[in-house]
Ligand binder design. Structure first.
Ligand code: MIC
Ligand code: SF4
Length: 644
């Protein structure tokens, strides 16, 4: 039996486990990336582990999220990350160099290699045939120290692409179609591989748009083959020697196959407030809009912005619309500046932002009240834009630019002849904004600079014998990490200060939650399906840890968040019978008697007693030997310290 692309990479990196679906595999990690909003914590954890120099082939720290410096906090964090990287062997991508995923794809990613990143859109690297996975900061810290990264062996999904996109239909429309078919939980426990004749019609940046937004399917990752198109992209980046060919075997077996004919796709949008709430632009109709934002790690490549510039050239942004554009990297920005496309964009009236995440994570450009904002981004969760009642639609750059000109939802196919933008034979690469670390023998001379905003990791404790605490919060289905630990300009600067950031935990759902949880001392949270979807931020586990959460009981979890709860020593429990969700109310007294012994004995099912109603509720927690020991130890940090 042949192998899929992902199985080949996993097999070549397998440190432990066997490749049976659902069982735990430990992978050797070749590369890591961090960004600043998760990076400060990841490097504090790396320091706590105590390995002097990173053991990966390449580890890069990017500054791209917290670039709005309205106080000392973000700048202090940047300084800390720069100095800690310099000392411990990590490359530092300076603020201004661009969004981690865009820059990593351009400059460092390599087909066939493994990459984990403390950001959920790390699968962007799948666009050049990497096995690139989003993870919690602590997992990245362990991998930097040479430890394995563990996942449950995923199922394999093959998406066969046939045909060719029609003019004005975009790679974004392909992933929106996949989201329409699979939904935001359809990819959980799966790796999505793209194949078929249609793949040959897609450039690397287009493939990367698709793998990037595979995160919204809940998938472990997404991957394209590495072929001649990949080779010419890498050659144009001056990195042809990093290229290897990679394809699935003809007799590879997939658990699921989905067929998409590219020729039949039309421009689409993900409507508020979920990336899988898909309608065609035609169905939405010519509704007025207030804002357009173009950029983010999904759609800010040279190709994307050249197409936008061609649409805007010689026109003016509609007077009722604010158009903001953030190029994905310095390379993209530079090339637009030199070839004149930037002038076309400026001339049309766009507001040019620095190359960073910006509005995607609520760092500025929040829309007006009830404002309709078309964005080329990947997430449109309620409130994420910074405007609580903002109505965010996720669209392609072509749809975004066309609509910015007319002031209403506009199908770009109405624009006339297609623009044909070839990929350049040589990108204008220059890594002058990436700082190499000092040599190992000089590391003692480097002082790590810590500002007053940097507070230590919250206190942990081994799993108690029994848990006997109230339910402090009950939430519904599809709770995102943006609900659990909101981001945005006011809260992001607190990412290295868990006591302070905890004051915002779950406030989107219930503004009294932090005070209530603190007053209760210890408690349990109850939730529905796909709990913790979205970002990789471990703060969505660390803030609950700080607030005394001992267990989270839900109908189902999203992958990265479940791993982050285990890493924080919080028990991730699921209802055996989903309808028992109704048997718990906020305030009920809950008990898990002898839970430590049950876990230590390897039991996977136990009773949660609702002491208020007397009902006994079966719950389960599937753990491997390793994750069991992590939970017993009180989290991955303690476990790693205990295991040397
Ligand atoms: C996001 O897009 O939600 C983020 C901000 O990039 C997060 C990381 C974070 O919260 O810092 C992610 O996707 O993991
Ligand atoms: Fe940055 Fe947005 Fe991409 Fe997250 S999704 S890495 S916030 S651009």
């Amino acid at each position: 039996m042949g192998y899929t692309i992902a199985q080949k990479i996993i097999k070549a990196h397998l440190l432990s486990g066997d490749m049976t679906v659902g069982s735990e595999v430990g992978l050797k990690i070749d590369q890591t990336l961090t960004q600043d909003a998760t990076g400060t914590m990841a490097y504090l954890e790396f320091e706590a582990i105590g390995v002097p120099r990173v053991k990966t082939e390449k580890s890069v720290a990017y500054i791209d999220h917290n670039t709005l410096q309205t106080g000392f906090e973000n700048a202090d964090d940047h300084r800390y990350i720069q100095s800690v990287c310099n000392k411990h062997g990590i490359y530092f991508s300076r603020p201004g160099n661009g969004i981690c995923h865009q820059v990593h794809l351009e400059r460092f990613g390599k087909p066939g290699k493994t990459l984990i990143g403390s950001d959920s859109h790390t699968p962007t690297g799948g666009g050049i045939g990497m096995l690139a996975i989003g993870a919690g900061g602590l997992d990245v810290a362990v991998a930097m120290g040479g430890g394995a990264y563990y996942i449950q062996m995923p199922k394999m999904v093959r998406i066969n692409l046939s045909g060719k996109l029609q003019p004005w239909v975009s790679a974004k429309d392909i992933i929106l179609e996949v989201l329409r078919i699979m939904s935001v939980k359809g990819g959980v426990g799966k790796i999505i591989e793209y194949g078929g004749e249609g793949v040959k019609t897609l450039t690397v940046p287009e493939r990367a748009t698709i793998t990037n937004m595979g995160a919204e399917l809940g998938a472990t990752t997404s991957v394209f083959p590495s072929d001649e198109i990949t080779k010419s992209f890498m050659a144009a980046q001056g990195r042809e020697e990093d290229w290897v060919a990679l394809a699935a075997d003809d007799d590879a077996v997939y658990d699921e196959v989905i067929n998409i004919n590219l020729s039949e796709l039309v421009p689409m949008a993900a409507c508020p407030h979920s990336p899988d709430n898909i309608k065609t632009i035609e169905e939405i109709g010519p509704q007025p809009i207030d804002q357009v934002c173009i950029g983010s790690c999904t759609n800010s490549s040279y190709l994307d912005l050249m197409r936008v510039a061609a649409i805007l050239k010689g026109k003016t942004v509609n007077p009722k619309v604010s158009l903001a554009i953030a190029p994905g990297s310095k390379q993209v920005y530079n090339m637009l500046a030199r070839n004149g496309a930037l002038a076309d964009i400026i001339e049309a009236g766009a507001r040019i932002l620095e190359c960073a995440c910006g509005p995607c994570i609520g760092m500025g450009q929040s829309p007006n009240s009830k404002g309709i904002s078309l964005r080329t981004f990947n997430r449109n969760f309620e409130g994420r834009s910074g405007t609580r009642d903002g109505q965010i639609y996720l669209v392609s750059p072509e749809t975004a630019a066309a609509s910015a000109l007319t002031g209403v939802f506009t199908d770009p196919r109405t624009l006339g002849d297609a623009v044909n933008i070839p990929l350049p034979e040589k990108f204008e690469y220059n890594d002058n904004m990436v700082i190499a670390p000092v040599a190992e023998e000089d590391m003692d001379s480097v002082e790590v600079l810590r500002g007053p905003n940097i507070k230590p990791y919250p206190a942990t404790a081994p799993l108690q014998d029994s848990i006997d605490v109230p339910c402090s919060l009950k939430v519904g289905d599809n709770i995102t990490t943006d609900h659990i630990m909101p981001a945005g300009a006011k809260i992001l600067p607190l990412r290295s200060n868990i006591p302070a950031i905890s004051e915002h935990c779950f406030t989107v759902c219930d503004k009294d939650f932090p005070a209530r949880a603190k007053q209760l001392g210890s408690s349990i949270i109850v939730g529905g399906i796909n709990y913790g979807q979205g970002s990789s931020r471990e703060h969505a586990a660390l803030a609950p840890l700080y607030l005394g959460i001992k267990a989270v009981v839900v109908k189902s979890f999203a992958r990265i968040h479940r791993a982050n709860l285990i890493n924080a020593g919080i028990l991730p429990l699921t209802f055996v019978n989903a309808e028992d969700y109704d048997a718990i109310s906020e305030g009920d007294e809950l008990a898990l008697p002898d839970i430590r012994k049950s876990i230590a004995d390897g039991k996977e099912e136990f009773l949660l007693i609702n002491k208020t109603t007397g009902k006994e509720i079966p719950v389960q927690c599937e753990l491997s030997g390793r994750t069991r020991d992590i939970i017993l130890a009180g989290g991955l940090l303690d476990y790693t310290k205990n295991h040397g």
